[in-house]
Design a binder for this molecule. Structure first.
Ligand SMILES: [Zn+2]
Length: 139
């Protein structure tokens, strides 16, 4: 059973909904009535973990990206596994790639569509080559 409250301190602080054993009826943190996982509305609130990931990416981009230059999104995948395959394909060609939102989607799979899938980020200078590597690999 899960806490459905989008403002629940568990979700806000940790980015993860409170999960309780069957038989527990109330969220111990916020007191909301618990619901089965499939009854959680798919668009209830924005997962804070995603906001943090976005903020981190924005920070990297705006600050010139530190060692990686500006990061750009070159592809999106429905599962963390397929994104990981793409990342490995890029690393095999010596392109450093980052998988964004994979943890959010592992924990909150029903947000996959809402947050645009699992994204692959690479340095702006690698973006053109990275896109062609992925399309040649059929990814
Ligand atoms: Zn709660």
């Amino acid at each position: 059973m899960y806490c459905p409250n989008p403002q629940c301190p568990d979700l806000v602080r940790h980015g993860v909904r409170g999960e309780y054993r069957p038989g527990v009826r109330q969220c111990a943190t916020c007191g909301a009535g618990l619901v089965p996982r499939e009854e959680i509305p798919p668009t209830a609130g924005t997962p804070p973990a995603t906001e943090l990931a976005e903020a981190a990416v924005r920070h990297l981009s705006e600050s010139g990206g530190g060692p990686h230059g500006t990061l750009v999104n070159i592809a999106s995948f429905h599962t963390p596994e397929s994104a990981e395959v793409a990342r490995l394909a890029l690393e095999a060609e010596s392109i450093e790639a980052f998988v964004a939102d994979n943890h959010t989607i592992s924990v909150l799979p029903w947000y996959t569509i809402a947050i645009g899938g699992v994204r692959i980020l690479v340095s702006e200078s690698d973006a053109v080559r990275a896109r062609s590597i992925l399309s040649e690999a059929g990814l």
